[in-house]
Design a protein around this ligand. Structure first.
Ligand SMILES: [Zn+2]
Length: 437
């Protein structure tokens, strides 16, 4: 990855919630950092990016992706995953530890950082395991993981099933100032469910995953966050009950935050009537009432940020009967369009609110002090997007190695236009040639 780029982004509407900015101006990035925002800026020898008719925002941050490297490179690798991120308007991603080997030693973090430096197109941050091998028994050496660069700890994919182990791990995480990201799922209660337990699981004769399996863990996390004082972040929140528990805990001052994926706020379990495994994910798509509660949570700030939970799977892992298909869908290349279409144009969030949940909020949760803002001196990461551009999702054109999207063929309003990382234009939809770093 090249750093220290110089670039002038001209003629756009600059919106930066971190400094309450909404103005028509140029943005100059010099030597990889934001140098100036103003009208009629000039810069010698700078690459110029025409952003007229577009919004210029701090670079989008996806704090929940699965890059699959090391171990599952047939699904995705750091090069393809970060290219997909750039195509989607993301300048930074945080990758989950369920790789092989698991991110439970500094060596794996070093490997990922090295690969991201060589092959990566956008910034990659690592999330360390909270337990060795994600087995939920022995606490990982969180101190060493943080020293190696981990920005959070999580047992994503598994959920911490032992309250005692989690309590000790939270005490430990607090010493090193990193948040815990919770995959909230009681595995015993979720049992062998393959979709949301409700009207449609009964109709289709498929085994269900009750909302309670998520809500019990969200409540447990709120209680342990209060006990330990360690920030707890609820990954991919999906049910009305979970939103209610987070809202109540926040109101009492508990250090708890939450994220939602585009598939959870855009789709419901009614989609599964086609038996298409691209609607199979964990947590599952829930009911329309749950979806409405997620939208309310976004509106009132209970849900802090939007993430993709980008989970690439090969064709053969999805093209099987629904109960046997792998859980998870990709999302990096559709997230911004789905968010514009479903949240901005349907009046759930305004531009400022939407940008906040994709930039400032994740930067704040992960303590990324030089990201999620266009303040002078911070990293020159910028996303240019057109909230009104009409686009049709075509999975065949994705940079990701995988195609497991539930949005293929969807017509959406809103699309990324260009992605700038440290002053380098790493992707530009308007230039036919893709100048990828
Ligand atoms: Zn998860």
């Amino acid at each position: 990855m090249k750093r220290n780029g110089t670039c002038l982004i001209t003629g756009g509407r600059v919106i930066d919630p971190s400094q309450n900015l909404d103005t028509h101006a140029d943005v100059l990035i010099r030597d990889g950092r934001v140098a100036e925002i103003g009208k009629g800026l000039k810069a010698d020898k700078a690459a110029t990016l025409d952003a007229s008719g577009c919004v210029v925002a701090p670079g989008l941050i996806d704090m929940h992706v699965h890059l699959r490297e090391p171990g599952f490179e047939y699904k995705e690798d750091i090069a393809s995953g970060t290219r997909a991120a750039a195509h989607g308007g993301f300048t930074s991603v945080a990758c989950m530890p369920n790789t092989n080997p698991v991110i439970d030693t500094p060596g794996v973090i070093d490997l990922i950082c090295m690969r991201a430096e060589e092959a990566g197109v956008v910034n990659v941050f690592c999330i360390g395991a909270i337990s060795t091998g994600l087995e939920g028994k022995d606490i990982a050496n969180i101190g060493l993981l943080v020293e190696a660069g981990a920005v959070a700890v999580s047992d994503d994919g598994k959920g911490s099933q032992d309250n005692y182990v989690l309590r000790r791990a939270l005490d430990y995480a607090k010493m090193f100032g990193v948040p815990y990201i919770s995959h909230a799922e009681d595995k015993r209660l979720a049992a062998d469910g393959v979709m949301h337990e409700g009207h449609y699981s009964t109709l289709l004769g498929l085994s269900g995953i009750p909302s309670a399996s998520e809500e019990i863990h969200v409540a447990r996390n709120a209680i342990l966050a209060e006990l330990t004082g360690t920030p707890c972040h609820i990954a991919h929140i999906s049910s009305a009950g979970s939103v209610r528990i987070v809202r109540e805990a926040k109101a009492r001052g508990v250090p708890i935050t939450a994220e939602v994926t585009p598939h959870h706020f855009a789709l419901t379990d009614a989609c599964i009537t086609t038996y298409d495994a691209n609607f199979k994910m964990n947590p599952p798509l829930r009911s329309e009432d749950d979806r409405q509660a997620l939208l309310d949570g976004l509106r009132d700030g209970t849900i802090d940020c939007i993430v993709t939970d980008h989970a690439p799977h090969s064709w053969s892992e999805k093209q099987v009967e629904f109960p046997y298909a792998a859980f998870g869908v990709i999302g990096l290349e559709t997230a911004l369009s789905v968010a514009c279409n479903e949240l901005l144009h349907k009046g759930v969030l305004d531009l400022r609110g939407l940008i906040d949940r994709l930039t400032c909020a994740p930067a704040h949760i992960l303590n990324l002090n030089t990201k999620g803002s266009l303040r002078k001196g911070v990293d020159g990461d910028v996303t240019v997007f057109d909230p009104d551009a009409e686009t049709t999702v075509n999975a065949d054109t994705f940079a990701s190695k995988s195609r497991n999207t539930p949005f293929n063929g969807w017509k959406l309003k809103g699309a990324p236009v260009a992605t700038v990382v440290a002053g380098h234009v790493v992707w530009n939809a308007r230039a036919a040639s893709k100048a990828e770093a």
